[in-house]
Design a protein around this ligand. Structure first.
Ligand SMILES: Nc1nc2c(ncn2[C@@H]2O[C@H](COP(=O)(O)OP(=O)(O)O)[C@@H](O)[C@H]2O)c(=O)[nH]1
Ligand SMILES: [Mg+2]
Length: 428
């Protein structure tokens, strides 16, 4: 699963990317720092406690394990994640993040990185537009006084670029499209538009949703072969909403006036999106302080505490910096970043976490690793779908699965629940 960060230059995309993926990228207070997209992995806290908690409880009850030691760095976790971590039964799951730079006016016309930029967006399952909630940079990303630009305008600018891109795709071959409509009616219209938009991630249900919204907003449309370019532009806006629904990080919230993002939040939420005020540079500072061992800041936490090392080694300037961040966190309820991405994964993409294992009683893989993988799968995925998510061969050779908690055999169509531990039996 891939989530793209998009927005005009100098809003904090690379800062957010660096913080969430804990990788080094170029960050600077001038436009166009990033040219190629940065791709990395972020680890999000799973909603439910890791199943290794129930292993722990069982083993302690059986007298096979002593209670959790005071100084246990894992705070009781027993699993052995191949990627990510699990401390105090808080397991993290990987999500690919892309810092897609290159939004410039006229991108749909091939300006800047143009089509490459738009194609990068089309590869994403969800998009987060990072906006400068403080309004301190113009549309090209040049630093201005705070409040000199507004987030609504920034959002409208991205929406317009995306819609014009789709409009261009619609116009190409429209003549051919309307001949199909004349021959096949409404069905022909849906098929034509779907075929035009598959390359950018559009599908039939998105197209049907867009057309029905479009028709109810414009009841006097007439027949498609009479739709001029203006009508097609309006249709392109509906298609944009369906194909590229946008969520928003109202970034630099730490230096924005409170309420600076309210109007945009209303707009985004009216389209089913999510807006969260964020402070990417606070998140970055905290991740770095945690990496250096100065603070305790688990992923997704809304606050942090100093470690023993932090108490003894931080100088007064560093402490002051952390105090300032602490005040911000209190005001904003956290830096907002992890919470935004987590909400998108859960609410917009409807993902749940499943734990595939090879041994259904010990919950291990072939090498004896306990609960090695935590996979995000779409809600409604069945056992066979989970097998495919692990490996194509496992899906193709699927015979049956076993629920690791109950020991019951489950069939291909059985729906997976959040936090399930599943063994898949397949022909090899
Ligand atoms: N005050 C404040 N500044 C930020 C925040 N996030 C990023 N910045 C600053 O904004 C500038 C642009 O950041 P960058 O990540 O390079 O922006 P990009 O062009 O969108 O990738 C840098 O000077 C960052 O330090 C934030 O949350 N608050
Ligand atoms: Mg950048």
């Amino acid at each position: 699963m891939r989530i793209g960060l998009v927005g005009k230059p100098n809003v904090g995309k690379s800062t957010a990317f660096a913080a969430l993926t804990e990788s080094a990228v170029e960050i600077a207070n001038y436009p166009f720092t990033t040219i190629d997209p940065n791709v990395g992995v972020t680890f999000l806290p799973a909603d439910s406690n890791c199943p290794c908690e129930s292993l722990r409880i069982k083993r302690e009850a059986d007298g096979r394990l002593p209670p959790i030691a005071q100084d246990d760095p894992r705070e009781g976790s027993l699993c052995d994640p191949r990627t990510g971590s699990c401390i105090s039964f808080r397991r993290t799951v990987p999500v690919t993040l892309i810092d897609v730079a290159g939004l410039v006016p006229g991108a749909h016309d091939g300006k800047g990185r143009g089509n490459q930029f738009l194609n990068d967006l089309a590869q994403c399952d969800a998009l987060i537009q990072v906006v400068d909630a403080s309004g301190g940079t113009d549309l090209e990303g040049n630093p201005m006084g705070p409040g000199s630009c507004n987030p609504i305008e920034e959002h409208a600018f991205l929406v317009e670029e995306l819609a014009m891109w789709i409009h261009g795709i619609l116009d190409t071959g429209w003549g051919r499209g309307v001949r199909r409509v004349q021959a096949e009616g409404e069905r022909g219209l849906v098929d034509f538009i779907t075929a035009q938009l598959t390359g950018i991630g559009g599908n039939e249900s998105m197209v049907m949703q867009a057309i029905s919204g479009f028709k109810s907003e414009h009841p006097e449309l007439g027949v498609p072969w009479e739709w001029d370019t203006e009508v097609r532009a309006a249709l392109a806006h509906h298609l944009r909403r369906a194909v590229f629904p946008l969520c928003v990080a109202a970034n630099k919230a730490d230096v924005a006036e409170s309420g600076a993002w309210d109007a945009l939040a209303e707009k985004v939420e009216a389209e089913g999106g999510i807006l969260v005020p964020t402070s990417a540079d606070s998140e970055l500072a905290l991740r770095r302080a945690a990496k250096a061992g100065f603070i305790h800041y688990p992923p997704g936490a809304v606050g942090f505490t100093l470690t023993g090392q932090g108490e003894s080694e931080l100088n007064s300037a560093q402490r002051k910096g952390l105090d300032a961040i602490s005040d911000r966190l209190e005001r904003l309820g956290g830096t907002g970043l992890v919470s935004l991405v987590s909400r998108i994964v859960r609410e917009r993409l409807e993902r749940i976490v499943a734990y595939p294992v090879q041994d259904e009683s010990h919950w291990t893989d072939g090498d004896g690793r306990v609960l090695p993988d935590a996979l995000l799968v779409r809600r409604g995925t069945n056992a066979k779908g989970l097998a495919y998510a692990v490996h194509t061969d496992l899906g193709d050779g699927f015979i049956r699965a076993v629920d690791g908690r109950t020991g019951r055999v489950i069939g291909a169509e059985h729906e997976i629940n959040d936090n399930d531990v599943i063994k898949i039996v397949a022909k090899t």
